[in-house]
Design a protein around this ligand. Structure first.
Ligand SMILES: Cc1ncc(COP(=O)(O)O)c(C=O)c1O
Length: 400
């Protein structure tokens, strides 16, 4: 069956058509699994990276109303003024600090925000410290633009927490930036305030920039205050935050995200934005205004479900032979480990072929956890239960 998967070599072609920088873009491990799964019947996906809830009705209504009201032209380059104001008020209140509309720029999802921030800053001679495992966008974007990636491994036995001292000890002469993603995709780890504060403060002291991907900032499953980098610094010149509506409001396909930074940085990035997507989708920006201004109890309702699934998943992983888990506090992922030296990719492929359960191997997210499987619990409790009914006997038969 493996020969039906797209050959990774196709992505590393030497064909003269492509900029050699394209070689920095790997064949995404997720795609590999999903391609294989698409040719099979009766697959249970524990591989999904987007919420499985419907978009709240008032957000859908606002989107449709905007279309019907003729809101189909370009907006201002920084974004729809009403959305910039809503974002500014929302963040100023949430983090109890006075931000202005000029601290924000609306983008096509957090993906564009991350693209703009990293590709506008990565350059030869500039090194970025990036936790490993981590979301697959950062390292290729840095490398495509000539930057250097220095992975900072996180460890399953520490719940994939980032050790701030290890980050600080790795800062060297070439270090230009530090990438953070909390809650993390693929681990679900939430960094405590002490970690974020120590890194942000050291970075500011050393003149290093922190790029913080906060798309899961509302998906915090334990009783804790979310430590955004915005809470941990008075000076936005050293931090760039990317976030979006995709996960919080289950509206990934509407593609609205944003950047938050100093006014000077935003002014620069607005010019670059003009050369990428010009502006984000206009009716979807109105949907975003409704998300921020409307009733936000929909988030609490989703959190109740995510929390119940997380609790059950941790229990199921502890019952599964050969899997070792930990306590993920956010997002909707967990990255349990297989025994050392077991190849997660071959386990994930065989498990998919033999049980129909689709997970994503850890090597899709970096080099430090090849013996792991990312499990997404953005699916129903019934699907999670059934997946483990298939996985547990299968794992029990494996001789690792
Ligand atoms: C950590 C992380 N950042 C960014 C994104 C992209 O978000 P958006 O849909 O807003 O582009 C994702 C999507 O899976 C993600 O997991």
């Amino acid at each position: 069956m493996a020969d039906r998967i797209i050959d990774p070599e196709e992505y590393e072609t030497d064909e003269p058509m492509w900029n050699p920088a394209m070689r920095a873009i790997p064949m995404p491990g997720i795609r590999k699994m999903v391609n294989l799964a698409s040719q099979m019947n009766d697959v249970i996906h524990l591989s999904i990276g987007q919420p499985n809830f419907p978009t709240p009705q008032h957000i859908v209504d606002a989107h449709i109303e905007a279309l019907q009201a003729g809101q189909t032209g370009y907006t201002m380059d920084a974004g729809l003024p009403e959305l910039l104001t809503a974002l500014c008020e929302y963040y100023s209140e949430r983090y109890d600090r006075q931000l202005t509309e000029e601290n924000f720029m609306v983008t096509t999802g957090a993906t564009e925000a991350i693209y703009l921030a990293l590709s506008a800053t990565a350059a030869p001679g500039r090194q970025f410290l990036v936790p490993d495992p981590t979301f697959l966008l950062y390292a290729p974007l840095i490398r495509m633009n000539g930057g250097e990636v220095k992975p900072i491994p996180t460890r399953a036995e520490h719940g994939h927490q980032l050790d701030p001292q290890e980050v600080i000890d790795n800062i060297g002469m070439r270090t230009y930036g530090i990438v953070l993603n909390s809650p993390s995709n693929p681990t679900g780890t939430v960094y405590p305030r002490e970690t974020v504060e120590a890194i942000v403060q050291e970075a500011a002291y050393r003149g290093i920039h922190v790029f913080s991907d906060e798309v899961y900032d509302h998906l915090i499953l334990d009783d804790m205050e979310y430590p955004s980098v915005i809470r941990c610094t008075s000076d936005l010149d050293h931090v760039v935050v990317a976030s979006s509506f995709s996960k919080t409001f289950s509206m990934a396909g509407l593609r609205i995200g944003w950047l938050i930074s100093s006014q000077g940085h935003i002014r620069k990035l607005r010019r670059y934005h003009m050369f990428t997507t010009t502006v984000a989708n206009t009716p979807a920006q109105w949907a975003g205004v409704a998300a921020l201004r409307g009733d936000r109890s929909c988030i609490d309702e989703m959190l109740i479900d995510y929390r119940a699934r997380r609790d059950r998943l941790v229990q199921l992983v502890s019952e599964a032979p050969h899997l070792t888990g930990y306590w993920p506090q956010g997002a909707f992922y967990m990255l349990p480990s297989l025994p050392p030296n077991v190849d997660g990719t071959s386990v994930a492929l065989r498990m998919l072929e033999e049980t129909g359960v689709c997970t994503v191997p850890g090597d899709a997210f970096g080099d430090s956890c090849p013996n792991s499987l990312r499990i997404s619990y953005s699916t129903s409790m019934e699907q999670i239960e059934e997946a483990f009914e298939r996985m547990i006997p299968w794992l029990a038969k494996q001789k690792f």
